[in-house]
Design a protein around this ligand. Structure first.
Ligand SMILES: *Cc1c(COP(=O)(O)O)cnc(C)c1O
Length: 376
């Protein structure tokens, strides 16, 4: 089977290998069969190994849904009665976490910080001192809207110094930037299969401390379908998700995991870094500017300022590239006036060089002068 290869430069879903795509074409199976539970058990262990967790201490709990579900699960499930969450808000995804708190009516402190620099540890420390009832600290590892990296190891240490649980959204770093849950002071992290793992959408997972999940049994149950203890407990008792799992997506994730181990943590990170260097070289060659200083970036997302050339038309440039197999992505709320190029997926530097040839043609076609112009 021949599947056309598209280069996705959006922040997930990512370009996948043909072997991962084709892993979904498998004999039909009822997911309540022992065989299928066995597959999920192996996948859960591997998901913990990716972030170097001790399987006696950490577990992975699978959910059927996109990545936001894991944010929802962690926030609604891990807050004890009468305690508050501290949301370190410095980007579009931590804004979403604060939104989730508001939806559930969860008591929380929203620490709003600038979107273009790493979270200020002093501000977090002060917020924790002023709010001794905080039992959960939440921060995003890579704020995917701006490509900003947060100092999670230090944030985790601050949370732990106050006896709070540290939850970090690693959806856009997991299986790309090396993470070590113990060294990085992470109690809970999360991702979904279509990003760093280079598999398919519809399977997401929370990785975290077993003892805390077990303690959360007695916390308020705020969601029926998306409670962490409930899903964990079902996996531990039966090896299954409580409700129907995304069967074919699980097959793809298992194949992607094999390919992850074959490539290796360091080699994979080196490849993503190579891709980002090619993106930066291409942007520099055309005179584009980014919104976040490169040394503060996670090295996976370039949030590029739209040029001030009156002929710049994101949609036209997008469509030209899209018709030729390359997908670029608009900016996110809070980083208005930007577009994004991401280094996720089964791609390498030559794909980026090929992209920039097409991108250059698109600029010429629109009449955008190169190097591109910025008024300020
Ligand atoms: C992609 C992403 C998510 C999840 O988004 P979905 O659209 O629900 O898959 C969550 N957090 C971060 C940081 C992300 O990059």
């Amino acid at each position: 089977m021949e599947v056309r290869r598209n280069i996705l430069l959006n922040p997930g879903p990512a370009t996948t290998t043909d072997t991962v795509k084709l892993a979904q074409v498998a004999p039909d199976i009822c997911p309540r069969e022992k065989e299928f539970a066995g597959l999920m058990a192996g996948l859960r262990e591997d998901l913990v190994r990716v972030v170097h967790g001790d399987p006696a201490k950490y577990t992975a709990v699978l959910f059927c849904g996109s990545g936001t579900l894991c944010m929802d699960v962690c926030l609604n499930s891990l807050l004890p009665q009468g305690k508050r969450a501290l949301i370190v808000h410095n980007g579009a995804y931590s804004a979403r976490a604060a939104d989730i708190c508001r939806y559930y009516g969860l008591p929380h402190v929203e620490l709003k910080l600038p979107y273009d620099c790493p979270a200020d540890l002093g501000a977090v420390e002060r917020a924790l001192r002023e709010n001794p009832d905080v039992a959960l600290v939440y921060a995003t590892h890579n704020e995917t809207g701006a490509g900003l990296l947060n100092p999670i190891r230090e944030l985790g240490a601050l949370a732990h110094a106050c006896g709070a649980v540290f939850v970090t959204d690693t959806t856009s770093t997991y299986a790309m930037r090396p993470i070590d849950v113990e060294a990085d002071n992470i109690d809970f992290c999360m991702a979904s299969a279509q990003k760093g793992l280079m598999a398919m959408t519809g399977l997401s997972f929370v990785i975290g401390r077993r003892d805390i999940i077990e303690a959360s049994k007695d916390y308020p149950r705020r969601s029926y379908y998306a409670n962490l203890f409930r899903q964990y407990d079902c996996f531990e008792r039966t090896g299954e998700m409580e409700f129907t799992p995304p069967v074919q997506t699980v097959y793809a994730a298992i194949q992607a995991m094999k390919e992850y181990w074959a490539e290796g943590e360091q080699a994979k990170w080196a490849r993503h870094t190579r891709v980002m260097e090619a993106i930066r070289a291409g942007l520099d060659g055309l005179g584009f500017r980014e919104t976040v200083r490169r040394e503060w970036q996670a090295g996976l997302v370039a949030a590029v300022r739209n040029p001030d050339d009156p002929n710049w038309d994101f949609q036209r440039v997008h469509d030209y590239c899209y018709e030729r197999g390359f997908t670029i992505y608009p900016g996110k709320v809070g980083t208005a006036g930007t577009f994004r190029l991401c280094a996720l997926g089964a791609i390498d530097a030559p794909d980026i060089q090929a992209f920039f040839e097409v991108f250059r043609q698109a600029l010429d076609g629109c009449g955008v002068a190169v190097p591109v112009r910025y008024d300020a």
